[in-house]
Design a protein around this ligand. Sequence first.
Ligand SMILES: CC(=O)N[C@H]1[C@@H](OP(=O)(O)OP(=O)(O)OC[C@H]2O[C@@H](n3ccc(=O)[nH]c3=O)[C@H](O)[C@@H]2O)O[C@H](CO)[C@@H](O)[C@@H]1O
Ligand SMILES: C=C(OP(=O)(O)O)C(=O)O
Length: 440
Amino acid sequence: MKKMIIHGGKQLSGEVVIGGAKNSTVALIPASILSESKVQLDGVPLIQDVSNLRSILVDMNVPSELTGTCLEIDPTAIISKPLPNGKIKSLRASYYFMGALLGRFGRAIVGLPGGDDIGPRPIDQHIKGFEALGATVSNERGAMFIQAPPEGLHGAKIYFDMVSVGATINVILAAVRATGTTTIENVAKEPEIIDLATFLNNMGAKIRGAGTDTIRIDGVPHLYARNSHTIIPDRIEAGTYLAMAAAIGNGITVKNIISEHLDSFLAKMEEIGVHFEIVEDCIYVYPTGDLKMVTVKTMPYPGFATDLQQPITPLLLKAQGEGMIVDTIYPKRVRHVPELVRMGANITVENDIILLHHTDKLQGTDVTADEIRAGASLMIAGLMAEGITTIHKVENILRGYDRVMWKLERLGADVEMLNEDEDPEDTELDDHSLVEKKAL
Ligand SMILES: CC(=O)N[C@H]1[C@@H](OP(=O)(O)OP(=O)(O)OC[C@H]2O[C@@H](n3ccc(=O)[nH]c3=O)[C@H](O)[C@@H]2O)O[C@H](CO)[C@@H](O)[C@@H]1O
Ligand SMILES: C=C(OP(=O)(O)O)C(=O)O
């Protein structure tokens, strides 16, 4: 286990470049096994989730090579193998191997995914989609057994009961090589879904409507990757650095952003009173003055992302007045609150609503990152706080934030990462080599 030590209170400035979207990448890597030729992804974030997915590919005889941020995946000698345990449990998005294996081989045995504790995360809509395509699905000792009929999957009309990113992607992966036409209604509209559809269409798939409420897929028998695919920038990483820039920045430019993907977040920043300027794919955040407290309500895209409610919280603590955060996607996503309270934040949770009050100053202390965005929230709070903040379970941050230590240091932050049992005097770990070491 690792810990991050932050010597807080230093104003940050300069530039930070956003990496490829985690939530695209973790779908694109499983999707690559649908190709019958080599796949190349550009702009891959250097995160633990990517290392873990690559290690799952190895179990299927799919080698991959990471050069800088370019990942080449060779699925040409793939073998159909059950994946009931192991790395599957290490991340949520491993469930995309259900749809991808079903689409490629007509069968999948995949362990139930692990991942962050952010409240209940059922997969009933994924299963409903697979069944509509003709598959039989059973849960045996913690693994999903999914089997297409002897004649293969067939197109179907599917209506999701709720908007789900994961179910939308998983059913696309299964349906893309099915016979006939699949129509999925009430789908998620996230940019990462458009990214996946673009990737698959460039391999010969016929997917229309990604980014709208209804997706139509005409199944094709084979898919071949021919060009390299550049992953869209991570809008959640971008929002995290924008919130950090507003909270503790003395003028920061966040580069490689598609600002339209952050419309609801940027509207909220304006409402709070943050001044920023958008120039092409960069956003410059001015040092902030007086800020106004607001209410944040998370919604499916294009609404305010649940993944950004925690990163924006420390900034809101600087605002005058009282505010609240209502997470309609994950109402139990409040693991950061008791930790922020230990840092002196005036924040409470009542009936799953986070109540925010102006907080004059935060004080560094020992806190734990129980999940990725709670970790981001604590990281920003630690940078704002007086004294030293030690964040435990920092792996939860590294699983989804590209080269975070290096990026923070370049902004002028005084941060270091150590093994749990090490003293600050011992050798410091660097996040890049940490992730790289684990990459294959
Ligand atoms: C890898 C990835 O892209 N992760 C994102 C994805 O997670 P993920 O795809 O798991 O989240 P979903 O969009 O599926 O979840 C949305 C809501 O639907 C519920 N639900 C979902 C599926 C289902 O079968 N049944 C059901 O009840 C969930 O409990 C949740 O309340 O979208 C979330 C919501 O934007 C983000 O926080 C995650 O960062
Ligand atoms: C909850 C998240 O991711 P995952 O779905 O991979 O757990 C997240 O990125 O905030």
